[in-house]
Design a protein around this ligand. Structure first.
Ligand code: GTP
Length: 394
């Protein structure tokens, strides 16, 4: 009997010890309930410590420490590179056109005999480079005359004659400045128009950078309400340089978004408001009417200072007819010729100006954020001909 009692007591003891062994580790793992805190405590601490920092949390089921998501650092505002001399820095982007103008034309002009066939070849090269028939004839006639009169034969002299004629064809006297300065505290307003895919949104972003690099404050209006992505794209460009964007819901009236953007720009006192519009084809009457409305509604705040027509240089002569219709609907004051890096037809700059009678003010030379340059005829011709210095050929 005593034996049975002893065995039963020993078993009981074992059971109790086993139970403690199981429970204690669990108790150790259980997290401590947080101490009650008052709202005032919390605020006082936040005031002292700045934004709350999340402590790592333990996952109770696995025991793995889970780091709180690292908050993305505040976006750093970029400082765009200055605009002075950009065309010179980006001259190598014109390499395709350089082959036609620099190597091709100069090669022809340096032939031993400048006979009728050579002059015809020179004419063909210029027409192939999209200079346009009328401008080509003028350039070639003047070159023929000057080489005959001067009896010029050295490569350096021929290059300088050709450069002078090309610069002359680009009408160097035209005012190419962008009207972006505020007047009496009211921001300057720039409207950006053109056909689909010409590069309007990209150009708006690049212009914002150009203006900011030159010390102006900018607000962007996303009046391209057809594509939500276009407004997102514009907002991203703006965010990179710390500019504000005004946008509306997808499908909103573009005129009302443009109006609101200018209103906001006036309220916040920025120097320049840049309004991006949706791409439209010149033969769609409804869309062109809509563009006219954007212009009229924006003008309720005051006159538009600059209307830039964005043209894709790779569409060549086809783009010219589209461009003409735009000039009838809105008062285009300047042309931005994009994608000049992607074409051998750099002569389109001459054709555009002659056909539209509107100065090319900016040229796009790549997809990078600072690949937009103020246009300068002498620097452009230097880049086309592959000459060493700028400004000496005019
Ligand atoms: N190579 C090159 N690409 C360019 C240049 N400018 C714009 N692009 C590209 O052209 C494409 C179209 O540009 P967007 O700015 O979206 O054109 P968009 O006119 O606003 O287009 P929609 O809103 O559809 O009318 C993009 O892939 C740009 O990166 C340039 O100067 N050179």
């Amino acid at each position: 009997m005593t034996d049975y009692l002893l065995i039963a007591l020993a078993l009981l003891g074992l059971l109790i010890l086993g139970g403690i062994g199981l429970v204690v580790p669990r108790l150790r793992r259980r997290p401590q309930p947080p101490l009650p805190r008052t709202e005032v405590d919390t605020r006082a601490e936040e005031d002292l410590a700045g934004p709350p920092v999340q402590a790592p949390e333990a996952d109770l089921s696995t025991g793995v420490l889970v780091e709180p998501p690292v908050e993305a650092p505040a976006p750093t505002v970029e400082v765009p590179e200055p605009t002075a001399g950009r065309l010179v820095r980006l001259r190598s982007r014109l390499s395709r056109s350089q082959n036609v103008f620099g190597k091709g034309l100069l090669g022809l002009l340096s032939r031993d005999r400048l006979d009728e066939d050579v002059w015809e070849e020179i004419e063909d090269s210029l027409i192939t480079a999209d200079v346009g028939v009328d401008a080509t004839r003028e350039i070639v006639d003047r070159l023929r005359e000057r080489t005959r009169v001067l009896g010029t034969r050295s490569v350096a002299e021929l290059r300088s004659l050709l450069a002078a004629e090309l610069v002359n064809a680009l009408d160097p006297g035209l005012d190419r400045s962008l009207h972006t300065a505020p007047k009496e505290g009211v921001p300057a307003v720039l409207l950006v128009v053109g056909v689909n895919g010409a590069g309007k949104t990209t150009t708006c972003g690049k212009i914002a950078r150009v203006l900011i690099a030159d010390g102006r404050s900018v607000l962007l209006g996303a009046a391209d309400t057809f594509r939500a992505a276009a407004a997102d794209q514009l907002q991203t460009w703006a965010g990179r340089v710390g500019a504000e964007t005004v946008r509306g819901p997808e499908g909103a009236d573009p005129a009302s978004v443009a109006f609101d953007a200018v209103k906001r720009g006036i309220e916040t006192g920025v120097d320049t408001v840049l309004v991006d519009t949706a791409g439209r084809l010149q033969n769609k009457i409804g869309l062109m009417d809509e563009l006219g409305k954007v212009k009229r509604v924006v003008e309720k705040h005051g006159p538009i200072d600059e209307t830039l027509l964005v043209l894709d240089a790779t569409t060549g002569q086809n783009g010219l007819e589209q461009a003409r219709v735009f000039t009838e609907v809105v008062n285009v004051t300047g042309v931005v010729l994009t994608k000049l890096d992607g074409t051998a037809k750099g002569g389109i700059v001459i054709a555009v100006q002659r056909k539209l009678g509107i100065p090319v003010k900016l040229v796009g030379l790549g997809e990078g954020p600072d690949d937009l340059a103020p246009f300068d005829p002498a620097q452009f011709v230097d880049a086309l001909l592959g000459t060493e210095s700028s400004g000496q050929t005019a």
